[in-house]
Design a protein around this ligand. Structure first.
Ligand code: 5AD
Ligand code: SF4
Length: 448
């Protein structure tokens, strides 16, 4: 039996790609092992969104330099593979396969070439209208599943490598998405996350012609589907119908991740984001004006080239106005091929760090305030795990907040049955900046 080991870096799209790659490898007669030492084929599914992420794979490869020629074969796939292409063979000569995500449909043929002894196998074409759609996906989680609805990105944000690493947008047909979602529900999955670099620009290529809001609503209506999430959104393509759908259907989670990047119109224009601060704020107002209490999260980049103190203040002001439930904050990182690479007025590293810390502190205070509102409320959680150190179960609310809780009748998983995958009502008794804590109350729903 041939063996493989896979390590995945980066976003949920990459995590799900790996589930599909694992399924394809198993289908081709490979068995997955837990460490690279045990494996004949070592696969790194890579991320290049920021320089730090890109360096990780080269560190890994460095550790195994001496293994080359000892029967071990190395594959670099994903975003760094697509970005660096054949240069990877020069930098790490023990690598034998370099393939980007737009070529994964050809993985079986590439494996045949590897097995035939070819040590320079590539899959680097971005010229595809196919999505990687496979029936062999090996899902890591038995309760929550990812579903790709659209791959690639047609935007051209000045800082972003994704259009270069994942190619042009390709939407799956609504029929194929619905079939996968129904099949998941039939196999006991109660939560799905619809994935794409920009889910809002989803456009059904079949005659059915659904847009994203229609697709979302239809997935939410599948019997047995209790929670539907989606990521990631682009403000420019984010329409009111999405919020109306969430407001109508409890199965659609009341959480929207809407990356703003900056609060300054000048910086947004330089980033080529295609929206103004006012247009972004209109979307926030839609979310705040409906009946459901929608949690809003975002991504912020600090220190984009040319970002002045005044621009930065406008970002702080926007953060204070929106009062996000959570956010990811990044220091701008120069990326190959991108427009911003040529921009003047790069911000010094220590100034980026200072701005990062200022945002972090402001946001921490907001999260403490926002989470405190939940104390005394009862929230439904989907149980994800058990923390032995604290003797608490770990659950997630529809708003995507972590809620750690005690459950009196079943204190620990060793009591014979796990709660993982169940839905429970939990009374929130405490709140911190990053999570809530509480105790379960009546209303335990077992769904297995
Ligand atoms: N530098 C810093 N952050 C970046 N992101 C994307 N590209 C860069 C970059 N070059 C951030 C954006 C995006 C998130 C996934 O990563 O905020 O929304
Ligand atoms: Fe990283 Fe972006 Fe590629 Fe995801 S799509 S793996 S975040 S570079």
């Amino acid at each position: 039996m041939k063996t493989f080991y896979i390590e995945t870096f980066g976003c949920q799209m990459n995590a799900h790609d790996s589930e599909k790659v694992v399924g394809t490898l198993v289908q081709q007669g490979y068995a997955q092992v837990e460490t690279p030492d045990q494996a004949e084929l070592v696969v790194y599914n890579t991320c290049s969104i920021r320089d730090k992420a890109e360096q990780k794979v080269f560190h890994r490869l460095q550790q195994f330099k001496k293994e080359a020629g000892k029967g071990k074969v190395f594959a670099v796939i994903g975003c760094v593979a697509q970005q660096e292409g054949e240069r990877i063979f020069e930098r790490a000569p023990h690598v034998s396969l370099v393939a980007g995500s737009a070529s994964y449909t050809k993985l079986p043929q590439m494996l045949v070439q590897l097995e035939a002894g070819n040590r320079r196998v590539t899959g680097l074409s971005l010229d595809t209208d196919e999505a990687f759609d496979t029936p062999f996906t090996r899902r890591d989680n038995p309760h929550r599943a990812y579903i790709t609805i659209i791959e690639g990105c047609d935007k051209s944000c000045a800082y972003c490598v994704v259009p270069f690493t994942r190619g042009p947008e390709r939407s799956r047909t609504s029929d194929s998405v619905m079939r996968e979602a129904k099949d998941l529900a039939a196999h006991g999955y109660t939560e799905v996350q619809l994935l794409g670099q920009n889910v809002n620009s989803y456009r059904d290529p079949s005659e059915t012609g659904w847009d994203f809001a229609r697709l979302l609503e239809n997935v939410g209506n599948i019997p047995g589907m209790r929670r539907v999430r989606f990521t990631t959104s682009h403000p420019r393509d984010f329409v009111k119908e999405i919020i109306d759908a969430i407001d109508r259907n409890q199965a659609l989670c009341n959480h929207v991740h809407l990356p703003v990047q900056s609060g300054s119109n000048r910086v947004l224009a330089a980033m080529q984001r295609q929206y103004t601060r006012d247009e972004y704020m209109r979307r926030i107002e839609w979310m705040k004006s409906v009946n459901r209490d929608i949690a809003i999260t975002t991504d912020i980049i600090v220190g984009f080239p040319g970002e002045t103190e005044r621009d930065f203040d406008e970002t702080l002001d926007l953060i204070g106005t929106v009062e996000y439930d959570s956010m990811f904050i990044f220091k701008y990182s120069k990326r190959p091929n991108t427009a911003a690479l040529q921009y003047e007025d790069q911000i010094p590293e220590d100034e980026k760090t200072r701005r990062l810390i200022v945002v972090q502190e402001k946001q921490r205070a907001i999260q403490i305030r926002r989470n405190a509102v939940y104390v005394g409320r009862t929230e439904e959680v989907h149980v994800e795990g058990y923390n032995k150190a604290t003797s608490q179960w770990i659950g997630r609310t529809s708003q995507n907040k972590t809620l750690n809780f005690v459950h009196a009748p079943l204190p620990a998983p060793d009591s014979g049955r796990t709660l993982v995958g169940d839905y429970l009502d939990v009374l929130v008794t405490r709140a911190g900046p990053n999570s809530l804590a509480g105790e379960s109350v009546a209303g335990h729903v077992v769904l297995q």
